[in-house]
Design a binder for this molecule. Structure first.
Ligand SMILES: [Cu+2]
Length: 179
């Protein structure tokens, strides 16, 4: 039974890695990006609901109130981060963004970096960027969500510079240069 299950699993994996559309120039090339955070499960889940924060940082915790206080002071918590900060890729490379933090993020392309849709997490005086406006009730924003432990794939980026940020924690920013 175990062998049968194992071969079924391998078959499923093989299917999920089936060749991509032929118009892609380099469909096998993938660049990894990770989203990180250090949410404190006790305070986050008390405010935001059970299982909102599933922390995997083995003791490196920031409480919800500290997260807001640091953002309001203009010194947002560096534990909330996309890595790397910049990446150079060839056209045809797919970005694979995986959330290795404990809470949800978005990986949203913006024309200019700016604030997210939770005003109290924005830097003092920073307005929400148009691409993040309204928050998850905007389908375009909701589609860029990454849940804890999951990943989104972004294929087919055009040549040039692309800016991505989190619409919740807007200091999470990265630049992608497509050559
Ligand atoms: Cu975020």
């Amino acid at each position: 039974m175990r062998t049968l299950l194992a071969s079924f699993f391998v078959a499923a994996l093989t299917l999920s890695f089936a060749p991509a559309a032929p118009e892609q120039e380099n469909p096998l090339s993938v660049a990894q990006v990770v989203a990180l955070d250090e949410c404190d499960p006790a305070t986050f889940n008390a405010a935001l609901g059970p299982d909102f924060c599933r922390n995997v940082t083995l003791g490196a915790f920031t409480t919800l109130s500290d997260l807001f206080a640091k953002a309001a002071a203009g010194t947002p918590d560096p534990g909330w981060d996309f890595e790397p900060d910049t990446v150079d890729i060839k056209k045809g490379t797919t970005l694979a963004v995986v959330d290795q933090g404990g809470e949800p993020h978005t990986f949203t392309e913006v024309s200019q970096f700016g604030g997210g849709f939770i005003p109290k997490l924005n830097a003092p005086g920073e307005d929400v960027v148009p691409e993040c406006a309204v928050g998850f009730s905007n389908v375009a924003v909701a589609k860029t969500r990454i849940l804890q432990g999951s990943q989104i794939l972004i294929p087919g980026l055009s040549k040039g510079e692309h800016l991505f940020q989190c619409c919740i924690h807007p200091w999470m920013r990265m630049k992608v240069e497509v050559k």
